[in-house]
Design a binder for this molecule. Structure first.
Ligand SMILES: *Cc1c(COP(=O)(O)O)cnc(C)c1O
Length: 458
């Protein structure tokens, strides 16, 4: 008999969870204006809001916390992290930042001006926020296959080279300071980018003299997909694949809260010394001195260790298999999901699940509220709320996909938790026709409204 799969770790510390009643949840979600960000964590049973900063550190990472060197300048923890970034990613220059968006802030402060374009594959919300805040435009060049949730494509994060070249041809070079490849592509469903596509994008950018950067938050999961889905890489080690990926780019922003498996941290790495000097100025201004960048020494040390653990094949296999497991259970219940499942999350297709609710009533957010009411499970809307309003017309933007994202924290939940979540959605699917109306906005912020928006039932 073939032995079943089992996690390559055991649990040393546990954190109690409490189940609530439906009546309690009805009151709590109403008090939270139907915005799941406003719930208190004790009001949530299983929290799949995000995999960002919510993962479980290993005992080796906790040891690094104790070894952290808190010197203001020249901390040994900084050099530990520097060695890992140099050896793992092959990027020579870097500054730590307090998280990924801070790295974006430094990069765009150094490179972007009003009216510029930043082409890439479905930019992450904070990335788009930083670009639009500077009156520049994020141009989505993702392949069309990504917006058909039922279509199987192994690399739905890929950039359409035709669309990208169109942007390069139709605009002066000086308006395109960089191209950004997000690995894996969070917005299109945690979907990976193939090595072939990374290389082709890099070559095209080189032809037009445009620097190319990674938004590298889930670079290790992307490398796992390259190994398991791109034939030529089946025999290669994760670290070799990672090295090859980064050899194609001029630099990267990184949220350590994802594949570096820490609760806080990030960095910005690059090759060009002139750019690095500009970045350094902004780092000191916004984050802190260059050897700590908004973090404690102990955070740098834990991130160095986490980067190495995040690239271990056995860990990545258990991580991606857990996501796949949730996907397969949902499929079994008939729940429509983005296929194939991504690296960090399962995305439920709310347009297919609740087709009778108008898009103006926020289908995916309505589904997120139903899931919370059903079992105290918190997911997050990736749809029209997140898409915000068009900066010029101030009209609501309706993206092609209305998704409910169920992001799975690393090394946190067991198979029983996963089965519980799937059963909740199975129940909702059964009674989907009885969900008659959605939500409307009562109050919203001018940018990145989804974090603070207040809603009520239609
Ligand atoms: C999380 C994330 C960011 C932002 O990082 P933070 O650490 O949350 O600031 C940027 N890009 C992608 C793809 C992400 O997933």
């Amino acid at each position: 008999m073939e032995l079943p799969f089992a996690e390559p770790y055991k649990i040393k510390v546990v954190e109690p969870l409490r189940r609530s009643t439906r009546e309690e949840r009805e009151a709590w979600i109403r008090e939270s204006s139907y915005n799941l960000f406003k719930l208190r964590s004790e009001q949530v049973f299983i929290d799949l809001l995000t995999d960002s900063g919510t993962s479980a550190m290993s005992h080796n990472q906790w040891s690094e916390i104790m070894l952290g060197d808190e010197s203001y300048a020249g901390s040994s923890s900084f050099f530990k992290l520097k060695e890992v970034i140099n050896n793992l990613l092959g990027l020579p220059l870097f500054v730590p930042t307090h998280q990924g968006r801070a790295a974006e802030n430094l990069l765009f402060s150094a490179m972007l001006k009003k009216g510029d374009l930043v082409p890439g594959n479905a930019h992450f919300d904070t990335t788009k926020g930083h670009i639009e805040f500077r009156k520049a435009t994020a141009v989505d060049c993702t392949i069309d296959e990504a917006s058909d949730t039922s279509l199987y494509h192994p690399f739905k994060g890929n950039i359409d080279l035709g669309k990208l070249e169109q942007v390069f041809r139709n605009n002066p070079r000086k308006k395109i300071p960089l191209c950004l490849i997000t690995i894996t592509c969070n917005t299109s469903g945690g979907q990976p980018v193939s090595m072939k596509n990374i290389r082709e994008v890099s070559n095209l950018c080189q032809k037009y003299g445009i620097p190319v950067f990674f938004d590298a938050a889930r670079f290790a999961e992307n490398a796992y997909f390259i190994k398991t889905r791109e034939k030529e890489y089946a025999q290669k080690g994760i670290r070799d694949i990672v090295m090859e990926m980064f050899s194609c780019v001029d630099g990267a922003t990184m949220s350590g809260k994802k594949d570096a498996i820490v609760n806080i941290g990030g960095f910005l790495a690059c090759r060009d010394k002139v750019l690095f000097d500009r970045i350094s100025m902004y780092c000191i201004l916004y984050e802190g001195y260059l050897t700590y960048g908004g973090l404690a020494g102990r955070d740098l040390a834990a991130m160095a260790q986490g980067l190495l653990e995040g690239c271990e094949f056995d860990y990545l296999e258990s991580r991606v298999r857990q996501v796949e497991y949730l996907g397969s259970l949902l499929r079994g219940y008939g729940v429509p999901i983005q296929e194939p499942t991504g690296g960090h999350a399962v995305f439920v297709d709310a347009r297919k699940m609740l087709p009778h609710i108008p898009r103006e009533e926020f289908q995916a957010q309505s589904l997120a509220v139903e899931l919370y009411l059903e079992g105290g499970v918190r997911g997050v809307e990736i749809g029209a709320l997140l898409a915000d309003r068009d900066p010029a017309s101030r009209e609501n933007r309706y993206p092609r996909l209305e998704l409910l994202r169920l992001a799975i924290p690393r090394r946190v939940y067991t198979s029983n938790h996963i089965e519980y979540v799937a059963a909740c959605l199975g129940n909702i699917y059964e009674r989907r026709d009885k969900i008659r109306s959605g939500l409307k906005i009562v109050k919203e912020a001018p940018i990145m409204r989804h974090f603070t928006v207040e809603l009520e039932r239609c």
